[in-house]
Design a protein around this ligand. Structure first.
Ligand SMILES: [Zn+2]
Length: 224
């Protein structure tokens, strides 16, 4: 799961008490920010195994901190705590926590059994990656249906809004296509986590740009 992870952020960002979209775009990928950072630092590990799943060769055999349910809860609580400190809104903090946890749930659906509850077996994952057409369709529908929902539940606040929305959708699609169709390798290199972190950061910056061009349609902070 890559762009499908953003679906909860697009939906939640329309809630009147939600933190800004860019915060939620980070929240839904906090677990992968952590994993790829930990992989670079040698704290967590993966390897590339030929045909490990039908969708990719990722054998995510060691990610006890970033992708255990306990680790996700800790990361969610920490990030929710930061949002609480800045917004003084418990609702905003809880929405952030839910977005962080949504990542684990989505990974549970698509991953091979590599997730844990608290870092040790049982290993969990429903392996939807072994059904690429279904997984790819789910990912595209999740990401773009919810992006349309976000666009409809927000109002263009300037002349660039449509352009920025199209740019965001285009980059989202481009990154997913690159993820699906780039040549596969059995080699592990720092370029892989760095590229993932780069993609997450570009999407966060674009979310920052997009939120500045749109305002929420309904709710207390309608005109803020
Ligand atoms: Zn993940």
């Amino acid at each position: 799961m890559f762009i499908g992870h953003y679906a909860p952020a697009f939906i939640a960002a329309t809630h009147r008490k939600a933190p800004p979209l860019a915060v939620l775009v980070i929240a839904v990928q906090v677990l992968d920010y952590a994993f790829f950072s930990f992989a670079l630092l040698g704290i967590e590990h993966y390897r590339m195994v030929r045909d490990f799943t039908a969708s990719n060769w990722l054998d995510l055999y060691d990610m006890p901190y970033s992708h255990s349910l306990l680790g996700a809860a800790v990361l969610g609580a920490l990030f929710g705590g930061v949002v609480l400190a800045f917004t003084h809104s418990r609702a905003a903090a809880l929405i952030t926590l839910a977005c962080v946890l949504s990542h684990w749930l989505a990974d549970f659906i698509v991953h091979a059994p590599d997730l844990t509850l608290a870092g040790s077996p049982p290993r969990l994952g429903l392996s939807l990656w072994n059904h690429p057409l279904l997984e790819h369709a789910l990912e595209v529908v999740l990401a773009f249906a919810t992006l349309v929902f976000y666009a409809r539940r927000t109002r263009a606040a300037g002349p660039r809004a449509g352009l920025v929305l199209s740019l965001f959708a285009g980059v989202l699609a481009l990154f997913q296509v690159i993820d699906w169709f780039s040549p596969r390798t059995t080699e592990v290199s720092p370029a892989q986590p760095l590229l993932a972190l780069f993609a997450f950061t570009v999407l966060t910056l674009l979310a920052l740009l997009m939120q500045s061009t749109r305002s929420k349609v309904s709710g207390a902070n309608r005109f803020s």
